[in-house]
Design a protein around this ligand. Structure first.
Ligand code: PLP
Length: 397
């Protein structure tokens, strides 16, 4: 009855979503306040007030035929111009409205880019651990994912392994920094090295290789880290952005793709991405939300909210004897499982109503991910449950 591809997708259904559903079932049984659900990257701090104001004002001020109508498949011209201008101001880039395509979140954006550039049998390199949905997005276009292991000390990409993984079938490389699931920010020198390797390999194989920068967490950086913008490291860089996290709007499905003039045949690439938006059935990004984010383009979410969670959780877990990577950005904490089989650890954690996601969902077993985008008091209260978990594994003794 179902297609083979969907049968495969169903069989490998997202571990994160599964845990989220489990959390809801548990909450119905023992009360929401007693479940420490660290499974889903769903922001727990509201969108800035200006977003609601912008939506209300837009409804009052704008011709409904314009506000709710079809527009160009790449989005409203004024919205794209506002995004281009904002990027140029912050990152010294040279974007114009023509370089921007508005998308249905980061997921929609990645899919239209892959639709535009991938042929069956092409390879897409990802750096472990990585956002598990990349597997499905690449499989959608019958291309193959190639996983490069990290440097396990720093969770930066292993550059030698990366270089060795590039073949004449490599069409694209995905980077995601600040990273989901590790919270690590790729260092400028790492990004420069990735760019240099790609330039060398493009020449060697005499073909285009795209660096796809998936940046939903671009502004979520801590301890004075600087927001980075990756087009400066490599000419064939395509940027995918989402307002899901930076403005707490994941359900609204709004983001964009930016293709700079330095990308080879940029106009053709943009035309391909635009037509992919149409033929995949997205047609265009949600119209009201396009206009709303353009009005709030200088806003960001409440970083202090996440930072406080980050500090309390990292310090608390480390004190209990868990080995954690200190998050530098995004809102995830990457923790080593005290036993090799992290699924066993995830199951034991459930006894204390702690919902964690297994690292193998991100292509990196032996670790677990905690999404700390939850209410602060939950973080504080969860530490008692973690203390019991640590005791069960005889940590910190
Ligand atoms: N890429 C990464 C790394 C993510 O973490 C997420 C969502 O969690 C997405 C893409 C998808 O974002 P969106 O909801 O904007 O489609």
């Amino acid at each position: 009855m179902l297609s083979k591809k969907i049968q495969t997708a169903l069989a490998g259904s997202s571990a994160i979503r599964a845990m989220f559903v489990e959390g809801k079932v548990l909450a119905a049984k023992i009360g929401e306040e007693n479940v420490f659900d660290f499974s889903l990257g769903n922001p727990a701090t509201e969108a800035p007030e200006s977003v609601n104001h912008a939506i209300k004002d837009l409804l009052d001020e704008t011709d409904p035929l314009v506000l709710h109508g079809y527009m160009s498949n790449s989005g409203y011209e004024d919205v794209r111009a506002a995004i281009a201008e904002n990027l140029n101001k912050r990152f010294d880039t040279g974007f114009r409205a023509e370089n921007i395509v508005m998308t249905v979140g980061a997921a929609g954006g990645l899919n239209i880019v892959f639709k535009a550039i991938l042929d069956p049998g092409d390879e897409v390199i990802v750096f472990a651990p990585f956002f598990g949905e990349y597997r499905s997005y690449v499989a959608n276009y019958d291309a193959d994912i190639v996983v490069v292991e990290p440097d396990y000390e720093t969770f930066q990409p292993d550059l030698a392994a990366f270089e060795a993984a590039i073949t004449d079938r490599t069409k694209a490389v995905i980077v995601n920094t600040p990273n989901n699931p590790t919270g690590v920010i790729y260092a400028p020198k790492t990004m420069q090295a990735i760019g240099d390797i790609l330039s060398k390999k493009e020449k060697e194989y005499n073909k285009e290789i795209y660096l796809i920068s998936d940046e939903p967490y671009r502004e979520l950086v801590y301890d004075g880290a600087k927001e980075d913008f990756l087009t400066k490291y490599y000419h064939n860089t395509i940027v995918g952005y989402s307002f899901s996290k930076s403005l707490s709007l994941p359900g609204e499905r709004i983001g964009y793709i930016a293709v700079s003039d330095e990308v080879t045949d940029a106009k053709e690439v943009l035309a391909g991405i635009e037509v992919a938006n149409r033929i995949l059935g997205f047609v265009n990004a949600p119209s009201l939300m396009q206009k709303a984010v353009a009005r709030c383009i200088d806003e960001t979410t409440n970083l202090e909210f996440y930072d406080k969670n980050r500090r309390v959780l990292y310090e608390g877990l480390t004190k209990l004897g868990f080995t954690c990577v200190k998050p530098q950005g995004a809102f995830y904490l990457w923790m080593k499982s005290p036993v090799e089989n992290e699924e066993e650890f995830v199951n034991t954690a459930k006894k204390y109503n702690l919902l964690l996601v297994k690292g193998s969902a991100f292509g990196c077993g032996g670790y677990v991910r905690l999404a700390y985008c939850v209410a602060h008091e939950k973080i504080v209260r969860s530490l008692d449950a973690f203390a019991k978990l640590a005791k069960e594994y005889q940590l910190g003794e």
